[in-house]
Design a protein around this ligand. Structure first.
Ligand code: URA
Length: 237
């Protein structure tokens, strides 16, 4: 038995608040009866639930951590390029999608799930979920850069970037850094380095919120999240 609103979210009808709205509008029936209460308990294996005229098919939630290799795109479909879903077995990727995007030439942690509500929360700009990247930069990265990143940079958006933590691991012709950002703008890291006259030559995402790339995974490998990892992601903010 489970709550009707959770059942509808997990069957792909939207976030908790979107589903509540559908219930309020009288667009949901359980065994032919109009259902309006999100907290109504239903038997996900026996009850017939219809939403907007469509039968709701309960899908178990899937959460996978992928070590995205370079050369594949973070999309579910692409006419020309190989997608991250093509790295999975066909039966495993039904209904799942990547949470956010990494560029084709970026590697590292990518969460794949069919949990639309969690994805929505992790990506919501207001939630400021931390993302940590390891990057290699052509040229020297200096203390001055570290301060500029902390103050916020003009990357051509309406507002400067939020303060970002730049740790300089090695400063030489090809520098090594670790950077923590609290937002996820398009090409964010590359644009931040561009803004200070530097070029990213290698980029790898190490973590997203509480989820850390498993060091035992090789590029292209993936595994299911543990119960503990799912729980801590759900508890974020
Ligand atoms: N920032 C980038 O520039 N690229 C990525 O893939 C992720 C963050």
């Amino acid at each position: 038995m489970m709550r009707l609103d959770r059942f509808l979210c997990e069957s792909g009808f939207g976030t908790r608040s979107e589903v509540k709205m559908l219930l309020k509008k009288g667009l949901v029936t359980v065994n032919g009866e109009k259902a309006k209460r999100p907290e109504q308990k239903i038997d996900e294996n026996a009850d017939m639930v219809f939403c907007c005229g469509q039968k709701a098919q309960y899908a178990a939630l899937i959460y996978k951590m992928l070590y995205k290799p370079t050369g594949v795109v973070s999309a579910t479909e692409d006419r020309r390029e190989k997608t991250v879903l093509e790295l999975l077995n066909t039966e495993e990727c039904r209904g799942i999608f990547p949470v956010g995007r990494l560029d084709k030439d970026t590697e590292g942690l990518l969460l794949l799930t069919n949990d639309g509500e969690l994805a929505h929360r992790l990506l919501a700009p207001k939630k400021h979920v931390d993302k940590i990247y390891y990057a290699e930069i052509s040229g020297k990265v200096t203390e001055e850069h570290r301060i500029q990143f902390l103050k916020g940079l003009d990357i051509g958006e309406k507002k400067p970037t939020l303060p970002a933590r730049l740790e300089i691991l090695e400063s030489r012709e090809r520098s090594k850094v670790r950077i923590t950002v609290h937002e996820g703008k398009y090409h964010q890291i590359k644009r931040m380095f561009d803004a200070v006259g530097c070029k990213v030559v290698y980029l790898k995402r190490l973590s997203m919120g509480t989820l850390v790339l498993d060091p035992s995974l090789k590029a292209g490998e993936y595994r299911n999240l543990t119960e503990e990892e799912i729980k801590s992601l759900k508890e974020l903010n």
